[in-house]
Design a protein around this ligand. Structure first.
Ligand code: Q46
Ligand code: ZN
Length: 297
């Protein structure tokens, strides 16, 4: 690990990672031992490794798998579901499963098509749905915290994108912890300071079986392109990604974007699902489903 000037054997590596995670959980005040955590599990290496680490650290962490109904010619969703369920069974952990098609009538790619929201690339519909479902399950089952497996490469790519476009409102909210607000559970990213390759090493060394293929819609995306750019930078200058991300967090803590804080929208509960929304009337998720039902009818 050139960026940390550290080399570890397998045994120590598998100890180092939970220790570091625990350090970040405390440093950023993510959650306490009394709080119930819901881990969003996609079947990929990061989310399964996160679940594994939290369980090894003794936290009360249950999983949530959201069936998106994406095939990509290789059964992306069914295979990732199988691996998430297998991990849960092998480790005797509780996994909630919500299938979007069963619950809302259509799988993600069809929802995106019929509502014409992001044709051909259903990521915006997918993101909206995942946020809604995670929040719903957290609320219904009384979880205080939602944890996702975003790693440093993910966070640096999003930060890069938000910075290129100077999206102050996103920059204000990006970070290891998004505090709870009325109707929304706290969101945390305990792996945000680990490089993607560190997560791969952990998953492989722990013998975690995960889906190697990415979601077919991630291929050729803007985020993937930014990740490649940042990897080039990292090869020339090891540690760049970590510095980019951690210095951003420090700068914001010391007041960058402070003025932005006042401009947050007022939220009211959606009359249909009860989740907070800035729109008058139905929230964007309920509007999406309503539109899909009208078009599908
Ligand atoms: S948003 Fe887009 Fe991801 Fe949804 S459709 Fe696939 S790539 S899974 S993080
Ligand atoms: Zn709603």
């Amino acid at each position: 690990m050139r960026q940390h000037r550290l080399a570890l054997c397998k045994e120590h590596y598998l100890e180092w990672m939970p220790e570091q995670t625990e350090r970040f959980i405390k440093k950023y005040s993510m959650f306490t031992r009394d709080e119930k955590i819901l881990v969003a599990v996609s079947g990929g290496k990061d989310s399964l490794a996160l679940w594994d680490i939290l369980a090894r650290l003794g936290y009360h962490a249950d999983g949530l798998y959201i069936g998106l109904g994406i095939d990509g010619g290789f059964g992306y969703s069914s295979e990732s579901h199988r691996l998430a369920q297998r991990f849960a069974d092998e480790h005797d952990l509780r996994l909630h499963v919500l299938d979007v098609e069963k619950e809302y009538g259509q799988p993600i790619p069809v929802l995106a098509d019929i509502t014409r929201r992001g044709r051909g690339r259903p990521c915006s519909v997918c993101g909206l749905t995942k946020r809604h479902v995670m929040n719903r399950i957290a609320r219904d089952f009384g979880y205080a915290v939602l944890a996702t497996g975003h790693n440093l490469d993910d966070e640096a790519a999003v930060l890069f994108s938000n910075t290129l476009n100077w999206q102050a409102e996103f920059l204000l909210r990006q970070g290891p912890v998004l505090p709870e607000s009325p109707g929304f559970a706290r969101k945390v990213k305990p792996l945000c300071r680990f490089y993607e390759r560190e997560m791969t090493a952990y998953a492989l060394l722990r013998g975690i079986e995960y889906i190697y293929e990415e979601c077919p819609y991630a291929v050729g995306s803007k985020t993937t392109y930014y990740k490649e750019l940042l990897n080039q930078l990292e090869t020339e200058r090891p540690g760049s990604k970590l510095t980019f991300y951690t210095r951003f967090l420090e700068a914001r803590k010391s007041g960058l974007f402070a003025e932005q804080k006042d401009v947050q929208a007022t939220l009211t509960p959606c009359p249909n699902c009860g989740q907070p929304t800035s729109a008058p009337g139905l929230c964007s998720f309920c509007r999406l489903i309503e539109r899909a039902m009208n078009v599908g009818a």
